[in-house]
Design a protein around this ligand. Structure first.
Ligand SMILES: NC(=O)C1=CN([C@@H]2O[C@H](COP(=O)(O)OP(=O)(O)OC[C@H]3O[C@@H](n4cnc5c(N)ncnc54)[C@H](OP(=O)(O)O)[C@@H]3O)[C@@H](O)[C@H]2O)[C@@H](O)CC1
Ligand SMILES: Nc1ncnc2c1ncn2[C@@H]1O[C@H](COP(=O)(O)OP(=O)(O)OP(=O)(O)O)[C@@H](O)[C@H]1O
Ligand SMILES: [Mg+2]
Length: 342
């Protein structure tokens, strides 16, 4: 079957981002020497720790190419935003634009939509999700079909879905989102699962199990719940890397970025860590920024690990720059202003 144009575009994004075959986006246009510094062995990227986080950042960030048109540097969608939470989906969606995506959509509930639209004209906000309180039982299947139809109209054009920032835990809303995840898998769209999206898949692991284009970004609580559910034990920080490797292996296919003092990243085969930069401020919203940074997640395995290393490094670098400037008063909005600064 001919790969759809979106899959081809995502694969071109892979080649440009990774410089697979020694060519970065810049080389493609100028045929200069392949990039140095990023080592690939037997098809799996093997990186030392901190120094390569910088090299990965350099390797995976596509250069600005005058021959490209709008959308080719990345078109992402955040699935999240409800009556309770409107900041999280905004943080995730604007962060993707700030690191270079061209278009950023938010699919949220009607209540949240006008609030998120008021935060920024840069975002394309779709008020299509519903929570139980606004839906009669007899209308639920019709509304579910309508939600899926609205998302499917756009699905082929997305390079990545970020599912969960500010989603909340409403059962009807989570049921709709579970169907969106299934449709994304059928369309081979990479997905980043964060926030309440992790609450959903922890209770329904089949949604992501075996899907190598899925990235999970749990915080301390969310990771604890995943370990309890999948490994039937408590988090063991004595053997954090081994436990993360087992968790990723047991779920199968996914890449997990365990957020913490050091971010640990595993695809079930290797484990990498990123602990450079960062700030001592733990204000809410920093994880949402990180989930939006995974816009480089792509079609094949290695870039998923690379995307996580790059996203974590960029997030921590921006947090460090913001803290230098604002100290104890640093907020997530200050960190967003520092994104993309090198
Ligand atoms: N400005 C914004 O809009 C921001 C919005 N945010 C959004 O908030 C959502 C939750 O994210 P978070 O990080 O607070 O979740 P987390 O650490 O697992 O829980 C902390 C503790 O609270 C509890 N708990 C949580 N949610 C619950 C619920 N719905 N109903 C009941 N209990 C709940 C939880 O209990 P537990 O699950 O452990 O039993 C734990 O004890 C998520 O969608 C995120 O994107 C954040 O990104 C920040 C900025
Ligand atoms: N102790 C720490 N020291 C330095 N950086 C940290 C520390 N804990 C987390 N981080 C970094 O802060 C970012 C957000 O992690 P955090 O655990 O706050 O996510 P979260 O709880 O999902 O955030 P959010 O409030 O957006 O939901 C991650 O990039 C992580 O690398
Ligand atoms: Mg979070």
């Amino acid at each position: 079957m001919l790969a759809s144009s979106a899959v081809l575009r995502r694969q071109q994004l892979v080649i440009r981002c990774l410089g697979v075959g020694g060519y970065s986006d810049h080389n493609i246009n100028t045929n200069q020497k392949p990039m140095q510094g990023v080592r690939f062995s037997s098809g799996a990227a093997s990186f030392s720790l901190e120094a390569d986080a910088e090299n990965v950042l350099r390797a995976i960030t596509p250069t600005l190419d005058p021959n490209r048109h709008k959308g080719q540097a990345g078109n992402i969608a955040v699935i999240g935003g409800c009556r309770e939470y409107t900041g999280a989906p905004y943080f995730a969606a604007i962060s993707a634009l700030k690191i270079g995506a061209d278009l950023s959509h938010v699919f949220c509930t009607r209540d949240a939509a006008s609030v998120i639209k008021s935060y920024s004209p840069e975002l394309i906000v779709h008020p299509i999700l519903e929570e139980s309180y606004s839906v009669r039982d007899e209308d639920k299947s019709f509304i579910l079909e309508n939600v899926l139809g609205e998302v499917d109209k756009w699905m082929e054009r997305f390079d990545c879905l970020v599912i969960g920032p500010g989603l909340g835990r409403d059962p009807f809303l989570l049921d709709c989102v579970s169907k969106i995840i299934k449709h994304a898998r059928q369309s081979n769209v990479p997905i980043v699962i964060d926030g309440d999206g992790l609450f959903l898949i922890t209770n329904w692991l089949d949604l992501v199990s075996g899907y190598h284009l899925a990235v999970l970004t749990p915080n301390v609580n969310e990771y604890k719940r995943l370990v309890q559910k999948v490994l039937s034990c408590e988090v063991n920080d004595e053997d954090a890397r081994e436990q993360l490797l087992s968790l990723a292996k047991r779920i199968g296919g996914v890449t997990i970025l365990r957020k913490g003092k050091a971010d640990l990243i595993s695809d079930g085969e290797t484990v990498e860590s990123v602990s450079i930069y960062g700030s001592p401020r733990r204000c809410g919203g920093q994880g949402d920024i990180l989930s939006g940074r995974q816009v480089f997640v792509s079609d094949s395995r290695n870039p998923t690990m690379l995307g996580c290393i790059a996203g974590s490094t960029l997030m921590r670098k921006a947090a460090s720059l913001a803290f230098e400037n604002k100290k104890r008063s640093t907020l997530t909005t200050d960190i967003i202003e520092c994104l993309g600064r090198r």
